[in-house]
Design a protein around this ligand. Structure first.
Ligand SMILES: Cc1cc2nc3c(=O)[nH]c(=O)nc-3n(C[C@H](O)[C@H](O)[C@H](O)COP(=O)(O)OP(=O)(O)OC[C@H]3O[C@@H](n4cnc5c(N)ncnc54)[C@H](O)[C@@H]3O)c2cc1C
Length: 399
């Protein structure tokens, strides 16, 4: 049976997200985008207030199981929310998505570690002030796409975790791309335990801020300026033994690809929300703006552009719902559907956000409208959580 109907609960949560996106996320996102100093942006009340209100509404804990304090929402319902939040502001939405990565990972991979669940997952879920924000770090200056290079024993994370009597000691640094890197209080760190096994020699560690962790300055970048990204360094960062929540080994590609499945679906929804926002703004402008005696929406070249964007939105949403539904139905999801959805949605967001700028003519490149911002933001979505080329390689390998 195929059914595109949404339940009453889904409609309610989607409408709540849409209102929050319009009233809180959108103005905050625009203000943050315009702040010249990114570090100042993430210290500002604008950022803190938007995050605090998102936590109050529970958007940070949607995917965490109810038994651990989360909302336990299914992947399709979460997707509805991410589309709305991203339509309001894709940078803030991306930061919220990343904020839960460590507690969510812990909740799924190590539910038996009840002390860690009590220490890190429950307080995160109870948080209504956005005091607990997490981040994950795999990328390093020398490890970008190589994070998916499972086959070359010479390629490994330089960030290392050495066994000590009372646990592990981490040394090294993650790249300046780590989402929430400069503001998190809990890090999920991919660190090499066994150099002879290449990337598969890495384990995944929980490292709280305050244990030999240094947070870098916020990256100054062309888009997603409302998403904090910063280097994170570890100097004698000591953690107890059970803070290794995934050991190194041959299971690494399977777990890493499962993380990519969830992550790529998230990135796809960010792109969908961005694309829809760009389309809606261009459509409403094109119906108002009169040239050659009629609204420009009635000129065929403009109408075709709008219809192509509409097609892309519907197609991207269809793929993403299928990817989300598959994730909910199977638990692990299907990486090739997730990759197809993400690569398609992000490529469409990039292509059509440029086209939507064109519809506004000169006004499209002015900061009076958000179109130029959508175009800048879209570029980063084709790179984040593995580039579209790498996700295409992964998807193709599964055919
Ligand atoms: C918005 C954003 C958020 C991010 N958040 C995080 C985060 O939270 N944590 C984290 O650890 N990292 C994060 N990253 C880093 C991200 O995962 C990397 O940027 C990405 O994996 C690419 O790595 P790289 O930038 O080093 O590019 P490289 O790997 O150097 O690639 C450069 C180019 O070469 C291409 N390329 C590389 N290998 C191949 C190949 N085999 N075949 C074809 N083409 C290839 C790539 O597609 C790309 O076009 C984020 C990045 C962005 C932009």
């Amino acid at each position: 049976m195929v059914d595109f109907d949404l339940s009453e609960d889904q409609l309610t949560i989607r409408d709540t997200a849409a209102r929050f996106a319009r009233d809180v996320v959108r103005p905050a996102e625009i203000a943050l985008d315009r702040m010249a100093d990114p570090d100042q942006a993430f210290r500002s009340d604008v950022f803190r207030d938007a995050m605090r209100q998102a936590y109050e509404l529970g958007f940070h804990k949607m995917g965490i199981k109810e038994e651990h304090g989360g909302l336990g929402l299914d992947p399709v319902t979460r997707g509805l929310v991410w589309e709305e939040l991203a339509a309001g502001g894709v940078g803030i939405a991306a930061g919220l998505l990343a904020a839960s990565v460590a507690p969510a990972f812990l909740s799924v991979l190590a539910p038996h570690k009840t002390d860690l669940i009590d220490a890190y997952v429950r307080p995160f879920c109870e948080d209504v002030e956005a005091r607990h924000i997490s981040a994950w770090g795999s990328s390093e200056p020398g490890i970008g796409s190589d994070g998916s290079n499972y086959f070359d024993p010479e390629v490994h994370h330089e960030t290392a975790a050495a066994k000590a009597a009372d646990g592990y000691v981490l040394q090294g640094a993650k790249s300046s791309f780590v989402s929430n890197g400069g503001i998190a209080d809990l890090y999920l760190v991919f660190a090499c335990v066994d150099r002879t096994k290449g990337i598969c020699g890495s384990g995944v560690f929980l490292v709280p801020y305050g244990r030999g962790v240094t947070r870098g300055k916020a990256l100054d970048k062309v888009g997603l300026r409302a998403l904090n990204q910063a280097e994170v360094a570890f100097e004698d960062a000591r953690v107890p033994e059970d803070y290794m929540i995934m050991p190194p080994g041959d299971h690494y590609p399977m777990i890493h690809n499962a993380i990519k499945t969830v992550g790529n679906i998230g990135v796809g929804y960010l792109a969908l929300g961005l694309l829809r926002a760009a389309y809606e703004e261009a459509l409403s402008y094109a119906k108002e703006r009169v040239q050659f005696g009629r609204p420009i929406a009635q000129h065929q070249a403009v109408a075709f552009r709008l219809f192509e964007a509409f097609q892309a939105i519907e197609a991207a949403r269809g793929l993403l719902w299928k990817a989300s539904w598959t994730l909910g139905a199977t638990g692990l999801g299907d990486l090739k559907i997730a990759a197809a959805a993400r690569v398609f949605a992000t490529n469409m967001a990039m292509k059509h956000s440029v086209e939507m700028v064109q519809i506004l003519g000169g006004y499209g490149v002015s900061k009076e409208y958000a179109l130029e911002k959508h175009m800048r933001d879209a570029k980063l979505l084709q790179i984040m959580d593995a580039t579209n080329e790498i996700m295409t390689i992964k998807g193709a390998a599964l055919l």
